[in-house]
Design a protein around this ligand. Structure first.
Ligand code: ATP
Ligand code: MG
Length: 283
């Protein structure tokens, strides 16, 4: 059965988009069909997968407004099995335009119901707010991944987020659960990072992933080349850790080695597979 996972934290810059893009890419590489939905007007997931947001005519905005069929906005990416529902700046207006609309919290859920069966996993990259867009993500999702940056005040705002999750569970989506809490941008040279890891583990207990994403310059560089880390520098520590995390998410630690082998066997082939070819496979 397909699973829809929202990547959420109303705090800015915690690694939501980096995680959504790279988790999606690695899961797709295991042969599972994945859709990444960009629900942030900043459209960072869109550009991070090499799609120019200015060239996007139909975006997630149009599916929220029910102006287009969801399948019509979906684009193939350079990774086989990974598809993108892009965002563009139009999305900024969605919030206002949906005020007063009937069932406005469920627009995304209703759209996804039509295409859910086509995908093994659907990930939703959410904006840094607890806005109607994020509520749409939480209503459409079966679970949520919360990226938490290892920094001062890491826990600040998390109780607000957990309260919102509770409200959504009680009133809008009783099926919503926390998939996992992901520690990001860890700098193991500092005591602060170690303290934050301990604090977050005390707060979220076993929900915290064992895999911790380190601060890694290659992860910062990859989006400016429009590539997930696996196509930019699959040997980097950041890449290895996202591959390891996917093993944890899928409950199979062997996955990391399988992906390594796959990349070795297919080499450039995976890296250079053309969009047309992927599009063909998708159709
Ligand atoms: P926003 O709230 O604005 O949507 P976000 O939560 O999606 O932000 P990202 O865009 O993923 O966060 O990351 C914020 C910045 O930190 C980006 O420039 C990104 O490239 C960088 N970054 C993310 N993860 C790492 C990492 N592990 N190491 C180094 N830089 C990182
Ligand atoms: Mg983001």
């Amino acid at each position: 059965m397909s699973k829809t996972i929202a990547v959420c934290n109303q705090k800015g810059g915690t690694g939501k988009t980096t995680s959504a893009v790279n988790i999606s890419a690695y899961i797709a590489l295991t042969g599972r069909k994945v859709l990444l939905i960009d629900l942030d007007p900043q459209a960072n997931a869109t550009s991070g997968l090499g799609v120019d947001r200015h060239s996007v005519e139909k975006s997630t905005y149009h599916i929220l407004l029910e102006e287009t069929e969801p399948l019509e906005i979906i684009k193939p990416t350079a990774i086989p099995n990974l598809f993108l529902a892009p965002a563009n700046l139009d999305l900024t207006g969605a919030e206002v335009e949906l005020v007063g609309a009937l069932g406005r919290e469920y627009r995304l859920k209703r759209a996804l119901a039509k295409i859910q069966e086509n995908f093994y996993y659907i990930f939703i990259d959410s904006p840094p707010s607890l806005s109607l867009l994020t509520i749409n993500a939480l209503c459409a999702a079966t679970s949520i991944i919360i990226p938490v940056q290892c920094e001062y005040y890491a826990l600040e705002g998390l109780s607000q987020l957990t309260n919102t999750i509770k409200l959504v569970q009680d009133n809008l989506n009783p099926n919503l659960s926390i998939e996992g809490v992901l520690l990001t941008m860890a700098d193991f040279r500092t005591n602060l990072t170690k303290e934050v890891i301990e604090e977050v583990r005390n707060f979220f207990k076993e929900k915290v992933y064992q895999t911790i994403i380190p601060r890694n310059i290659r992860l910062t560089e990859a989006p400016s080349h429009g590539k997930p880390i696996v196509l930019y520098d699959s040997d980097s520590l950041g890449a290895q850790k996202y591959a390891e995390l996917v093993g944890e998410i899928l409950g199979d630690p062997e996955i990391k080695n399988q992906i390594g082998q796959l990349l070795k066997n297919q080499g450039q082939e995976v890296k250079d597979k053309s969009n047309e070819e992927n599009y063909h496979n998708y159709k």
